[in-house]
Design a protein around this ligand. Structure first.
Ligand code: GLV
Ligand code: MN
Ligand code: MN
Length: 414
């Protein structure tokens, strides 16, 4: 029985019960019980629809359909994990859309309207979000050889649990998962998480470039003391130092034209975090992004100067460690052209867009011919329970992804 659009919406609603939050979102941080529940739901879906599941050592979950033994794979997917108190669509939409696109392409093969040149697999990349275990894009970074497996597995969350432990202590991998050298193409669809498409009333974004990003772990080290009795001139208050840096990070954006630099400090750990004790140490995450690598480089230089000023003013010591970055690399033009031609054929309106957020395709595109598509996000809201993509937009995206995947699998991009 062929899967209908109504079935897609019903499956999406059913999947969204996994880790559901009272405000209509989901909370499925990587390898938490809620993420495991979502993965189990997806595993069941794959089994019911004729895919063979395999999982690699970092927990990337594949639904495989080997049509031509020994031939390379076309992968399609995204991620099922989420930020805390997040929306239902970020990542999860792309995994289910990929599963539907694959099923529909397999139907075309059965009907002999498509002649496959490659095998097909749907993928749920492990820990795209990086909220529980940093850095983000973990599963696809290991898959593409950018992050060593051992380092990823040894990463600890804030209570000391490692990725390996959270994944089940070495029992996660099973089945013959594809490796990078066996992948011919990758395709991903995702919600835009911005409002370029919605503001312009356009159906589809053809992602042609990514903003550059630089992320840092910043430790502000002071000295613990009594909040009341320590003289002001004697204090080495790590939280005061951190607050100066937080302000400096934000104000850095004012040095550039609007829209050229986005910056945030989004995470803060305060020690000992006690009402009557001056903080001895604060650790935070600094995230800088720009559509211009020169702007980003200039911002990083300016930040170093300002951090030194904050350090002196607060009488603390500040340690800045780069944790994750990516450059402004283009998505393969051939993939953009393929997606453009497919959108045109389906009568969908489209425009080239940059992605500001990172995606698993940010990794894949550097090593494998990749196509990346966006569907509109209402009001550009993301990483929020209110995140929404309208049903019509979601279904149009599945249609386009099906067309793109069909062309990739048939080896006929025209
Ligand atoms: C995703 O991981 C991002 O940092 O945008
Ligand atoms: Mn995402
Ligand atoms: Mn996200």
């Amino acid at each position: 029985m062929k899967l209908t659009d109504e079935q897609f919406l019903a499956d999406f609603a059913e999947m969204s019960v996994c880790g559901a939050t009272p405000g209509g979102g989901v909370d499925r941080q990587a390898a938490t019980p809620e993420d495991h529940k979502t993965r189990a739901w997806f595993s069941g879906w794959l089994a019911r629809h004729g895919f063979t599941e395999s999982v690699d050592a970092i927990g990337n979950q594949f639904g495989m359909c080997e049509l031509l033994p020994g031939r390379p794979w076309v992968l399609v997917g995204s991620h099922l994990d989420s930020q805390p108190l997040a929306g239902r669509y970020d990542g999860a939409y792309g995994v289910l859309a990929g599963a539907y696109a694959a099923t529909r392409v397999l139907d075309q093969i059965t009907d002999q309207t498509l002649n496959p040149q490659f095998n097909v697999a749907v993928v749920n990349w492990f820990n795209e979000e990086g909220s529980r275990f940093a850095p983000s894009l973990m599963g696809s970074s290991v898959f593409t050889g950018k992050l060593p497996l051992e380092k990823a597995l040894a990463t600890r969350d804030h209570v000391g649990v490692t990725v390996a432990e959270a994944l089940g202590g070495g029992t996660v991998a099973h089945g013959p998962a594809p490796t990078l050298s066996e992948v011919a193409h990758y395709a991903e669809i995702h919600i835009e998480q911005g409002r370029v498409l919605e503001d312009s009333g356009i159906n589809i974004g053809l992602v042609d470039r990514t903003w550059a990003a630089s992320k840092y772990r910043v430790r502000v080290v002071g000295s613990q003391s009594h909040t009341g009795s320590t003289r002001m001139e004697d204090r080495q208050d790590a939280l005061y130092g951190a607050s100066l840096i937080i302000t400096a990070v934000r104000e850095l954006t004012e040095e550039f034209e609007p829209g050229r630099l986005h910056s945030s400090v989004s995470e803060l750990y305060v020690l000992p975090n006690s009402p009557v004790t001056v903080a001895r140490e604060v650790t935070m995450n600094v995230d800088l992004r720009s559509p211009d690598e020169a702007v980003l480089a200039r911002a990083v230089e300016m930040l170093a100067v300002r951090v030194a000023e904050c350090e002196a003013r607060s009488r603390t010591r500040v340690l800045v460690e780069p944790t994750h970055s990516w450059g402004l690399l283009a998505y393969p033009p051939a993939g953009v052209a393929l997606a453009r031609s497919a959108a045109r054929e389906l009568g969908l309106s489209y425009t080239e867009v940059m992605t500001v957020a990172g995606h698993d395709s940010t990794n894949l595109k550097d090593v494998v011919p990749t196509v990346m598509l966006f569907v509109p996000s209402v009001a550009g809201i993301s990483h929020n329970e209110m995140e929404l993509t309208r049903d019509g937009d979601a279904l149009r995206g599945v249609r386009l992804l099906t067309e793109v995947l069909g062309r990739l699998v048939s080896g006929n991009p025209a």
